[in-house]
Design a protein around this ligand. Structure first.
Ligand SMILES: Nc1ncnc2c1ncn2[C@@H]1O[C@H](COP(=O)(O)OP(=O)(O)OP(=O)(O)O)[C@@H](O)[C@H]1O
Length: 253
């Protein structure tokens, strides 16, 4: 059963005002003034971040996305989630894909507790379901292991704690398509092991999991298939070990 079909997708970012991007404060000010007047010369630069990528994902697959910095991994995930319109090509998905990014939109000024509810509602859970899973989510995150932190605003958490809570909220639900962008990298070793186990579980519940990671070990431990992107192009798509070996050779590891 296919869950995601990506057909010759191209993603192009447009960066406005980038052509006149040099100079100090005075130049910036004059640019602003010109912009106000509707300057026709204002430049738009384009970044062709994903170039003609095609693949089909199935139920029960955990697919790792690898590639060097800026190779288009996060962009591709955002396109699958429907957050970026393709310039060319199509993305077909079965159900609503959930993107769990390091920057997932929880609210820093709200307590961890409120964010669990907010995140649950955002994922389409009912209040009852959230209430039922609440303790499980908090326990999984380990936020309260060292004291009552869940009742403090989320902005007071360390980046690792924030990432853990985000992952725990997202993982509380079985997703058709769950996309995880580097979230595993921020937790400590124990949390990483726990979340990797949860990714395997989600996958067994017949969903499809995408995982962007720079940790080849995380990819090895969780994924059965790997897509390797380089400069926006799909270089290799295949079984984890095969693709990782080629990638490690390429990156000199
Ligand atoms: N909002 C944006 N506006 C313009 N260009 C962008 C934007 N976001 C990303 N890019 C460009 O798109 C390309 C791909 O970026 P992307 O973040 O998808 O790479 P990545 O493989 O996830 O990188 P990393 O491993 O460093 O997280 C890069 O060249 C980047 O500069």
């Amino acid at each position: 059963m296919p869950t995601v079909v990506v057909d010759d997708v191209h993603i192009v970012y447009r960066v406005h005002g980038a052509k006149s991007g040099r100079g100090g404060a005075t130049a910036a000010l004059s640019r602003m003034l010109r912009r106000g007047a509707g300057d026709p010369e204002r430049g738009v630069r384009t970044v062709h971040a994903v170039r003609g990528v095609s693949f089909t994902a199935h139920r029960g697959e955990a697919i790792g996305l690898i590639g060097s910095n800026g190779s288009g991994k996060s962009t591709l995930l955002r396109a699958i989630a429907g957050l970026l319109p393709p310039e060319r090509g199509r993305v077909y998905t079965d159900g609503q894909p959930s993107l769990l990014g390091v920057n997932a939109a929880l609210m820093g000024d709200l307590t961890g507790e409120r964010n669990v509810v907010l995140g649950g509602l955002a994922m389409g859970m009912s209040r009852e379901q959230i209430k039922e899973r609440y303790q499980e989510i908090v326990d999984f995150s380990g936020i309260n292991d060292k004291g009552d932190f869940i009742s403090l605003p989320m902005r007071t958490y360390s980046s690792g704690m924030q990432a853990r809570l985000r992952f725990s909220i997202a993982a509380a639900k079985d997703h058709d398509v769950l996309m995880i962008d580097e979230a595993l990298a921020t937790g400590d070793a124990r949390f990483r092991a726990r979340s990797e186990a949860r990714v395997r579980e989600l996958r067994e519940h017949a969903g499809t999991v995408f995982l962007v990671s720079h940790s080849n070990q995380s990819i090895r431990d969780t994924c059965n298939r790997v897509l390797w992107l380089e400069r926006g192009e799909l270089r290799l798509d295949g079984p984890t070990e095969e693709v990782l070996r080629a990638y490690e050779k390429f990156s000199g590891k």
